[in-house]
Ligand binder design. Structure first.
Ligand SMILES: *[C@@H]1O[C@H](CO)[C@@H](O)[C@H](O)[C@H]1NC(C)=O
Ligand SMILES: *[C@@H]1O[C@H](CO)[C@@H](O)[C@H](O)[C@H]1NC(C)=O
Ligand SMILES: *[C@@H]1O[C@H](CO)[C@@H](O)[C@H](O)[C@H]1NC(C)=O
Ligand SMILES: *[C@@H]1O[C@H](CO)[C@@H](O)[C@H](O)[C@H]1NC(C)=O
Ligand SMILES: *[C@@H]1O[C@H](CO)[C@@H](O)[C@H](O)[C@H]1NC(C)=O
Length: 293
């Protein structure tokens, strides 16, 4: 029995932050777990944008394991059309199932998966990747076709972000399984990032005095920690786009007002106002002063 599979709950994150961003805030969150794994790579690479080091999985404590008895190709490769952006510089590819095991502290985590669908050597054609990803009893991706997904967004790369809770067993398996729907389908991954998040940032606190913080106003229900979530939209409402290096320590990417406007109706677009800057002192020195008669 796989009790949790049906529980994967895809939800829409519509988040609002204030105008204060990392950099001018002293209270940046420091994640307990902060893992950046460059798959199919040996050694360390630094992402120039935020200075974080991505460690290769080859000969590392996070080296993946292949299903027992499997003899199929399981390799590390660099893309034919080169990308210099970490973690898209290398990939782990396989025609059989493989698993990464991460020792983690208990608590709620972001799990981010990075894919660069391109051709990796002759035996791994761009259009032949089709696979599922499972973690902690949840199916995060099912029969995922990375190339068609990237094409649909006119993007070279694809990333997916999930939230899940690590219970007390303190280790997480992430398993990549090529689809059986196509005979030569393979699974691949370029980068895996796992970052702790503050308790109950998105999950409902167990005994909240105000009642459960919930999704939906008609039939509200709590988001308990046996739920996994996928990030669909994240918008800095009324503000600018923020990339992961400007987030408050959780490396989230935020869309800005250009994306927000796609989802606003005409009335809201035309008649809403953006926040004013209340620290500006009005200067009336140029105004005419009229004495009362
Ligand atoms: C992925 O999608 C593309 C575009 O629809 C298709 O050409 C390709 O055959 C698909 N790959 C697999 C393995 O199904
Ligand atoms: C779920 O969250 C509650 C409150 O944070 C905690 O007491 C409980 O132990 C958690 N359960 C698991 C399985 O992590
Ligand atoms: C995690 O994966 C390892 C290696 O494949 C396996 O031995 C272990 O039983 C797995 N643990 C869970 C909880 O599935
Ligand atoms: C909003 O503005 C657009 C462009 O100026 C205009 O075409 C549209 O009719 C306006 N809609 C409303 C509801 O005011
Ligand atoms: C508000 O105005 C002050 C003075 O012009 C400026 O220094 C500050 O950066 C502004 N703040 C924001 C959030 O725009």
């Amino acid at each position: 029995m796989k009790p949790n599979l049906a529980h994967l709950f895809l939800t829409l994150f519509l988040q609002i932050i204030t105008l204060h961003v990392a950099g001018d805030s002293p209270s940046v969150y420091k994640p307990v777990d902060d893992i950046t794994l460059q798959c199919g790579f040996s050694g360390d690479q630094v992402n120039q944008q935020d200075g974080r080091t991505w460690s290769g999985d080859i000969n590392s404590k996070f080296s993946p394991s292949q299903a027992a008895g499997s003899s199929s190709v399981f390799k590390a490769a660099t893309p034919i059309s080169s990308s210099s952006q970490v973690p898209y510089t290398a990939a782990r590819l396989s025609r059989s199932e493989f698993t990464y095991t991460f020792p983690l502290t208990s608590g709620q985590k972001f799990i981010r998966l990075y894919f660069y669908p391109t051709s990796y050597a002759a035996e791994f054609d761009r259009s032949k990747s089709l696979f599922s990803v499972e973690a902690g009893g949840f199916t995060l991706l099912r029969d995922f076709n990375a190339s068609v997904t990237a094409d649909a967004f006119s993007s070279e790369t694809v990333s997916r972000e999930f939230c899940l809770n690590i219970a007390s067993e303190q280790s997480l398996n992430i398993t990549f399984t090529p689809s059986r729907a196509t005979p030569d389908a393979y699974a691949f991954i370029n980068g895996i990032e796992i970052v702790s998040m503050p308790d109950n940032l998105y999950y409902t606190p167990p005994q909240s005095e105000d009642g459960p913080v919930s999704v939906g106003s008609i039939n509200p229900y709590p988001i308990e920690n046996n739920t996994a979530m996928e990030m669909v939209y994240r918008i800095n409402v009324g503000g600018s786009q923020l990339s992961f290096n400007r987030d408050t320590g959780m490396y989230r990417n935020w869309d800005g007002i250009q994306v927000e406007y796609n989802y606003l109706d005409d009335v809201s677009k035309n008649f809403s106002v953006l926040p004013q800057n209340s620290s500006i002192q009005p200067d009336f020195s140029g105004c005419n002063h009229v004495e009362p008669r």
